[in-house]
Write a protein that binds this ligand. Sequence first.
Ligand SMILES: Nc1ncnc2c1ncn2[C@@H]1O[C@H](COP(=O)(O)OP(=O)(O)O)[C@@H](O)[C@H]1O
Ligand SMILES: [Mg+2]
Length: 273
Amino acid sequence: MKQGIDIPDLPLAEGKTKRIWPSSMPGQVLVESKDDITAGDGARRDLIAGKAEFATETTANVFELLQRAGIPTHFVGRFDDRTFRALAVEMIPIELVTRRVAFGSYLKRNPGREPRSTFDDIEFEMFAKDDANHDPLLEIVGDKVFQYRADAPIGPDTMLDVDEVDESKFGLAPAQQQRVRELAISTFGILEAAWKDQDVTLVDMKIECGITEEGEIVVADVIDNDSWRIWPGGDPDQMVDKQLYRDGQSLDYVADKYAWVAAATGQFNRGGQ
Ligand SMILES: Nc1ncnc2c1ncn2[C@@H]1O[C@H](COP(=O)(O)OP(=O)(O)O)[C@@H](O)[C@H]1O
Ligand SMILES: [Mg+2]
């Protein structure tokens, strides 16, 4: 429940890791993180005390950095320890994934690729936000949206679905597709440089975008320690992100790393400009 007499008790939306609340400010919402950590499209779920605060701190630091760099985002400002103010947007239900290092599910789709080899140009992929179907890979070609299993090489036998762009909830017009790609790649570049200052390798990440009331595509949702793989010293054995939880590390160890990441992102907006 959010404080304030004008704010109802029911969230506008609730997902695995956050709640969206109405705001008394027109055109805005409040984005509250929860203490939940999940893996396997929600199949595993635990609570980590303090995760909501770490997530909010991380997301606020990241969005402040992106905004200074000129990336349009839905972020308006911090509200409380676990909540930030954002523009109300219509979410595009697509996970926009960018990669510098070949790792994770990318290797299942591209078994010929050497694990941990790097891409000269940031790699970009789109996945449907569809937990029930394990977030299929999306390819938009002409006026068709193709969906493929994300855990195997793309081919006729791994195609799950094909729809008209106009009729699919995952359909994007060419200009929109170009824009979300640009935003995802620029976001990766900015965060990669910020992490590099602390000798941390940004391996890969995902963002989600939304469309404002004015029709502008902006980076939305959150960018927190669930959103990326980060390797201090470029060493996967030192990973500090959600992969630790996927791999079954103790919750205390995971909590400790989330706290470290939240504090480290505080450096993103120190010094410089
Ligand atoms: N600025 C925003 N305006 C409206 N909805 C948003 C905004 N930012 C994020 N959301 C939505 O909030 C919901 C809850 O987030 P989350 O817990 O991550 O859900 P999920 O489990 O579906 O990933 C999602 O549907 C997400 O798209
Ligand atoms: Mg989410």
